[in-house]
Write a protein that binds this ligand. Structure first.
Ligand code: PXL
Length: 283
């Protein structure tokens, strides 16, 4: 297929109609960075599941493989596949198949194993969900679990921050035994004032920290992973991409914290897009 040098990502996530997460974050962030974003919506929910009750859920699992096969037939190729929240174990298995179909040689697969936070699985996920997500992580090139997701996938206990270096290294070791993917472990905190990520690439662990803002918002994991994907496709190294993703997420939280107390309404990343473009050296 004829290609310009514009990068193209296939984003495989749900659409939460209200509440800024998954595709309604991935699309604008990647588009703002000049990256074409093809989408495979996995489900449509009236809101995300974090803090709303009675949300609708329209499952689109049956649509995933036909879209992937059609793209393949048309010779549509992508530089990266980026997966996020997936609604069921069956869907995770099907997305794994879809990634195999869509991914081209030399392309990268970024898996954000969205399923848990603060020591608990998100509502609606069965206890054996992490073992299915593990299988998707096995075929990834980069994974971005938070501490809870890493603990669940590696069979370790969840520990609240502040973390010890031994604990973080234990999680990273467990993840690296489970997949050859590069690792970006989020939510790492060695002291009260700072939070950041640990990266593992070519056997080397590095840390990136930012000041901890005393506020919590839904959807920040998606802001982080979408920004990381945008930075990687803009040619930044893993460490630099992790730095940009940490900085941008912290900016969005700090900005939102000034005037929006509703955690479930997510962060105002839109007003901060110009800062993101500066961080990516695009303006
Ligand atoms: O932000 C992750 C996410 C995405 N999509 C849905 C969610 C969540 C987290 O709770 O509920 C539907």
């Amino acid at each position: 297929m004829f290609r310009t040098n514009q990068k193209r990502v296939a984003a495989i996530h749900d659409i939460s109609c209200f509440g800024k997460c998954s595709l309604t974050v991935a699309l604008p962030v990647l588009s703002a960075a000049g990256i074409e974003t093809a989408v495979i919506p996995t489900a449509i929910l009236s809101t995300h599941t974090g803090g709303f009750s009675g949300y609708t859920f329209t499952d689109l699992t049956d649509n995933i493989l036909p879209v992937a096969r059609h793209w393949n037939k048309e010779g549509i190729d992508v530089d990266a596949v980026y997966t996020g929240y997936l609604g069921s174990k069956e869907q995770v298995a099907i997305v794994k198949e879809a990634v195999d179909i869509i991914k081209r040689k030399g392309g990268i697969t970024i898996v954000d194993p969205v399923m848990a936070d603060n020591g608990r699985l998100y509502g609606g996920f069965p206890d054996d969900f992490p073992s299915e997500m593990r299988k998707l992580c096995e075929i990834a090139d980069i994974i971005t679990p938070n501490i809870t997701e890493a603990a669940l996938m590696t069979g370790n206990e969840f520990e609240n921050p502040p973390h010890t270096k031994e604990y973080i290294e234990k999680l990273i070791k467990g993840l690296s035994e489970m997949t050859d993917a590069k690792i970006v472990l989020t939510g790492v905190s060695f002291d009260k004032g700072n939070i950041g990520v640990a990266t593992l690439e070519n056997g080397k662990t590095e840390y990136v920290f930012n000041r901890l803002i005393d506020a919590s918002y839904h959807g920040t994991g998606d802001v982080f992973a979408s920004t990381l994907t945008a930075a990687l496709l803009s040619g930044k190294s893993l460490k630099k991409s992790a730095e940009i993703a940490c900085d941008f997420t912290a900016e969005c939280i700090a900005y939102t914290n000034e005037n929006e107390p509703e955690m479930r309404y997510s962060v105002n990343f839109e007003s901060n897009i110009p800062k993101l473009l500066k961080m990516l050296d695009l303006i």
